[in-house]
Design a protein around this ligand. Structure first.
Ligand SMILES: Cc1ncc(COP(=O)(O)O)c(C=O)c1O
Length: 218
């Protein structure tokens, strides 16, 4: 979302006295710092920012996150504490969470370097080497993106073939209840892991083995 759009959303919500609960778990993973938005809790008096250790810091097993806002009573109104909270957070997770946050800058820098390197590889793969078969929706934040398959089958059929060679993609049906012709060829890939180039190599071999057949069907 652009800063202008964020402001428009705030203006509408302020006019109608609406609370905004904003999932900001991918914040801090912008590929360019200039596109980073302020947390909603900083810029809107009825904004609640939702953050988790699992995304920018890669601390999935820590299972700790937080909500931030300017007025705690909003959180009490909204959240059923018994359901969302627990009597006692794991002490080991708390210690790990604090350790991670103490070196936050170092971790974020490393994460971003991996993401930017992998993004460049993915762009080269899709926009140069295999542009006959794919189209990339270039992301400007995070480590996942949408890709369109231009070959003669849907992303679901492609996903089944890829699963046979141990490559995992998230298919269009994971993101919508209605699979139209417009979306059926799209799938999601992740590029946030160091070993992602290995997956690209495997995908390249898979395409090399299939493209002759795809050309005949197209
Ligand atoms: C957009 C978004 N919000 C929230 C979450 C939940 O994060 P966690 O697993 O740390 O609770 C996820 C996890 O994939 C996510 O993608």
């Amino acid at each position: 979302m652009t800063a202008d759009l964020q402001q428009q959303v705030i203006d509408v919500c302020r006019e109608h006295d609406i609370i905004i609960l904003c999932d900001e778990v991918y914040r801090l993973l912008e590929h360019d710092d200039d596109v980073r938005l302020p947390p909603i809790a900083n810029v809107y008096e009825k904004g609640i920012s939702c953050v988790t250790m699992s995304k920018p810091w890669g601390g999935c097993g820590i299972t700790i996150g937080w909500l931030a806002c300017q007025d705690m009573s909003m959180i009490q109104q909204l959240i059923d504490v018994q359901y969302f909270g627990c009597a006692c957070v794991s002490r080991a997770s708390e210690i790990q969470g604090r350790m991670v946050l103490q070196v936050s800058e170092t971790i974020l820098k490393e994460r971003r370097e991996i993401i930017l390197q992998n993004k460049a590889l993915l762009q080269d793969f899709i926009e140069n080497k295999y542009k006959e078969w794919f189209e990339l929706n270039r992301p400007n934040a995070g480590a996942i993106c949408f890709v369109k398959f231009k070959g003669p089958c849907t992303s679901e059929q492609l996903g089944k073939l890829l699963a046979d060679v141990s490559i995992s993609i998230k298919l269009a049906y994971c993101f919508t209840d209605e699979i139209s012709l417009e979306v059926e060829n799209y799938f999601r890939v992740g590029f946030g892991e160091k070993k992602m180039p290995l997956a690209l190599d495997a995908l390249g071999k898979f395409i090399d083995n299939h493209e002759e057949q795809w050309r005949k069907c197209s």
